[in-house]
Ligand binder design. Structure first.
Ligand code: FES
Ligand SMILES: [Fe+2]
Length: 370
């Protein structure tokens, strides 16, 4: 299959190819449940957040009745974006190009200078295109194609595993948003690799954990790592609600394609997600959550930035390395197990798309040669 190395891992060209990158934007992200932000960012009626899933501009808005809805963030008149970033739009969304105005339910309400159209614009035909949205523990997900399994099924065992952390009632802490000069898949591979903890994070977090006690579990759309902490790093009493491995250490839950939610035994969580911005560039976002947000944010932001920097550096070094003609992927360590879930699912989606494009190109070439 295209993009697969001899040992079944992602081939180096997958980390640098423009065609592979386009196929990911067009097929991987739209067909998945993709995390777009926290409910507390859109708490009040009229609050919105805009983002991009693959190439699809997406707008999430809180309706006057309190319900969150997602739309394609594209004006049906001439495709201008309706909103950008985060904010509050009041009771209406107004396109900044010619002023078409939409209700928060996506319905077109008003069209300036209607008489200039040969036939009056039928407002019922030009509403915003609605997208599938669901929320788990305050985390908002959107599925652009609308045909992914129900979110609760897509998340497999993760909701049960993190139930005791009660992430939905945590307050928001630090939020980091940084560019990385590396393909997003290298960043993902690194995020769900536990083999590097001792080496790369030796000065920051490696001392907190029992590196030999790691446990990894692979699912279809998710993969989990239990990372036991040293007794000295654990709270003196288990936090109420936590049990089993959640008491003993952190639980790193990868959700395909680009989300990592980590629950900590101290009662906090970190939500990390990575968005491709080019074949060799990625946007890295991290949101800290905690039941004791003030204290944890003060203590945790500096450490979080430090760990991020340690990871960014290694990802950017790998991006240079995957350009090499001599490199083929080496064997997987048991602490890299979660990478297989990510890579296999991604290759299952992208492989057939690229193979079809390749055979179409061959047919065209053969036709041109005749
Ligand atoms: S593009 Fe939005 S009103 Fe024209
Ligand atoms: Fe790391």
């Amino acid at each position: 299959m295209l993009g697969v190395a001899a040992n079944g891992m992602m081939a180096p060209e997958a980390y640098r190819s423009e065609a592979f990158y386009r196929a990911e934007l067009d097929w991987v992200f739209p067909s998945s449940w993709v995390f777009v932000g926290h409910e507390q960012w859109v708490r009040n009626p009229g609050d919105f957040l805009a983002d991009t899933i693959g190439v699809e501009p997406v707008l999430v808005v809180r309706n006057p009745d309190g319900v969150l809805r997602a739309f394609s963030n594209v004006c049906p008149h001439r495709a201008s974006l309706i909103a950008e970033g985060r904010g509050n739009c009041g009771r209406r969304l107004v396109c900044g190009y010619h002023g078409w105005t939409f209700g928060l339910d996506g319905q077109l309400l008003a069209v300036p200078r209607q008489r200039g159209f040969a036939t009056p614009v039928d407002v019922s035909e030009y509403g915003l295109h609605e997208l599938r949205l669901d929320v788990w523990e305050g985390l908002i997900f959107v599925n652009v194609t609308g045909d992914a399994p129900a979110l609760i099924d897509y998340l497999e065992g993760v909701p049960e595993l993190l139930a005791g952390h009660d992430i939905a009632t945590m307050g928001l802490g630090a939020f980091l948003d940084d560019p990385i000069a590396a393909n997003w898949k290298l960043v993902m591979d690194n995020a769900i690799c536990d083999y590097h903890l001792g080496m790369v994070h030796g000065e920051s977090i490696a001392d907190l954990v029992e590196l030999e006690g790691l446990g990894e579990q692979a699912g279809g759309t998710t993969a989990v790592a239990s990372v036991p902490w040293k007794a000295s790093a654990l709270p003196p009493q288990p936090r109420p609600g936590l049990s089993g491995p959640a008491v003993e250490g952190s639980l790193g839950c990868f959700v395909f394609p680009n989300l990592h939610v980590i629950g900590f035994p101290t009662g906090g969580a970190t939500v990390m997600w990575w968005t491709p911005t080019g074949p060799a560039t990625t946007r890295a976002r991290v949101l800290s959550l905690s039941h004791d947000a003030d204290a944890d944010v003060r203590a945790g932001t500096e450490l979080l930035s430090r760990v991020q920097r340690e990871d960014f550096e290694v990802c950017e070094r790998m991006q240079i390395g995957v350009q090499s003609r001599g490199y083929t992927p080496g064997p997987l360590h048991a602490s890299e197990l979660r990478i297989t879930v990510f890579q296999r699912r991604l290759l299952d989606i992208v492989g057939p798309v690229l193979a079809a494009a390749d055979s179409e190109a061959s047919v065209e070439l053969a036709g041109a040669a005749r």
